[in-house]
Design a protein around this ligand. Structure first.
Ligand code: CUA
Length: 155
């Protein structure tokens, strides 16, 4: 084989792989409706604690089996640090950060967001398994990053 026919084979293979990636992405987005947790609203990061609903962080029951968790991330803690909801509860997390980018990841679930100052993040999850789950900050946010965690207790 001549050198340029190897080159062609690589180019064609690369093209096929790219086309496969693009169609998988298109299928996930349009076919399965997958998307990143939305940017719901913008907020003045300097006035988070004065802006509803973040002036009252915590867990609220909003309907039969439905809960809302309003959460604020600040170096290096989550507020509230402990979230308690019953099993099978549909929980909507509304969260933001007051200082730097923090992560919001509940282990063994698909709950995973970035908390960006000035942006409100929202995500809904139904907890089927009872137990205690760690809520972790998984974006490096400074010296206390490794100590930034909370607990989600499903009763
Ligand atoms: Cu907050 Cu890492």
């Amino acid at each position: 084989m001549k050198a340029h026919s190897y080159e062609n084979a690589f180019l064609i293979t690369g093209g096929i792989v790219l086309a496969m990636c693009a169609s998988a992405l298109a299928y996930a987005t349009f076919g399965m409706g997958m998307h990143l947790p939305g940017r719901v609203a913008q907020i003045d990061p300097a006035k988070v604690y004065q802006t509803p609903p973040f002036n009252k962080p915590g867990v609220r029951k909003i309907g039969e089996g439905r809960y809302e968790v309003v959460l604020v991330a600040q170096a290096w803690a989550f507020m509230p640090a402990e979230i308690r909801v019953p099993r099978n509860a549909e929980v909507t997390f509304t969260a933001t950060s007051v200082d730097v980018i923090h992560g919001f990841d509940i282990e063994r679930t698909r709950v995973n967001m970035m908390l960006i100052p000035g942006q409100v993040g929202r995500l809904t999850h139904t907890f089927r398994e009872p137990g205690e789950f760690l809520l972790l900050c998984h974006e490096y946010c400074g010296a206390g990053h490794h100590m930034m965690y909370g607990k989600v207790i499903i009763e």
